[in-house]
Ligand binder design. Structure first.
Ligand SMILES: NC(=O)c1ccc[n+]([C@@H]2O[C@H](COP(=O)([O-])OP(=O)(O)OC[C@H]3O[C@@H](n4cnc5c(N)ncnc54)[C@H](OP(=O)(O)O)[C@@H]3O)[C@@H](O)[C@H]2O)c1
Length: 261
């Protein structure tokens, strides 16, 4: 994927990682369109970064996803990069038998990117160079058991990205996976934004941009800090890492997690 001269749609671009990517990619010389449900967050981002374009979108609504695809084809027919970044997370105690959190996560984190990719792919396939970037998580490779559906949604999107990449291998559409570690955003609530155990957002975005520049063909964008989660399974020590990580996280003890998150 080239780093400049693209027209890029970033879902969830009004906050956190999506906003960080939008700002950095605008500075690199791209046209950037951000979406999200909260218009106020889109407006804040646009005001601070003249040039960014905002379109309200709830990715949970298949009708709205089709509408935005048509709008993009009309107004930005040169769109060549889709970053499926919007996502939600939630804690679940599976013995309670409640399904609301699981159902919401599946709708937003799985059906959202599947539907938006399907709706925009006809346009992306027409471009000289195009890319779909799916934002997964280190937890897709080593589940945090207190967030079972969230972790599984990211494992799903890893697998789906592999299949999409294979199916599109003879096209001009690249498929990339962006694998964040634990980053200072409000994904898990206000506290996470200042959690010293999480990677500062600006450092994360700078490392992502540096990988995009130094290795434009990389299928996975995995910052150094996410590598221990990404490599847990291939380490040969998965069971011990899984138990050590989840036992430590139960008490919030990052120091004893035995792995960088
Ligand atoms: N921060 C981390 O530690 C971390 C780690 C690994 C992976 N990630 C992934 O990184 C991505 C971005 O998360 P973040 O950390 O930047 O958290 P965030 O600031 O909460 O960003 C999530 C974004 O998704 C949007 N969104 C949520 N539901 C949506 C929906 N139904 N329709 C449209 N937009 C929706 C939100 O905007 P609205 O609420 O306005 O719609 C928000 O802008 C997520 O996929 C997350 O799973 C984050």
């Amino acid at each position: 994927m080239k780093i400049s001269g693209n027209t890029i749609l970033i879902t969830g671009g009004g906050t956190g990682i999506g906003r960080g990517l939008a700002e950095a990619l605008l500075k690199e010389g791209n046209k950037v369109i951000i979406t999200g449900r909260r218009k106020a967050k889109l407006d804040e981002t646009i005001k601070a970064n003249p040039g960014i374009i905002g379109i309200a979108l709830d990715v949970d609504d298949p009708g709205l996803v089709d509408d935005i695809a048509q709008q993009i084809a009309r107004e930005y027919p040169e769109l060549n990069v889709l970053i499926n970044n919007a996502g939600i997370a939630g804690l679940e105690n599976l013995s309670e038998g409640k399904l609301d959190t699981a159902e919401s996560i599946v709708t937003t984190n799985i059906l959202g990117p599947i539907r938006l990719t399907a709706a925009l792919l006809p346009l992306l396939l027409k471009q000289k160079h195009a890319a779909v970037v799916n934002v997964t998580s280190g937890l897709g490779f080593l589940p945090l058991t207190m967030m079972p559906t969230y972790s599984a949604s990211k494992a799903f999107m890893h697998s789906y990205s592999e299949s999409l990449r294979y199916q599109l291998q003879d096209s001009k559409v690249e498929v990339k996976e962006l694998i964040p570690p634990y980053v200072q955003t409000e994904l898990g609530g206000e506290r996470q934004k200042n959690d010293p155990n999480a990677m500062p957002l600006d450092e994360f975005i700078a490392e992502v941009l540096s990988i995009l520049k130094s290795d434009p063909d990389a299928k996975e964008i995995c910052v150094q800090r996410a590598k221990s989660l990404r490599g847990a399974e291939s380490s040969g020590n998965y069971d011990a890492i899984f138990k050590g990580f989840n036992d430590a996280m139960k008490t919030g003890s990052f120091a004893t997690a035995g792995i960088e998150v």
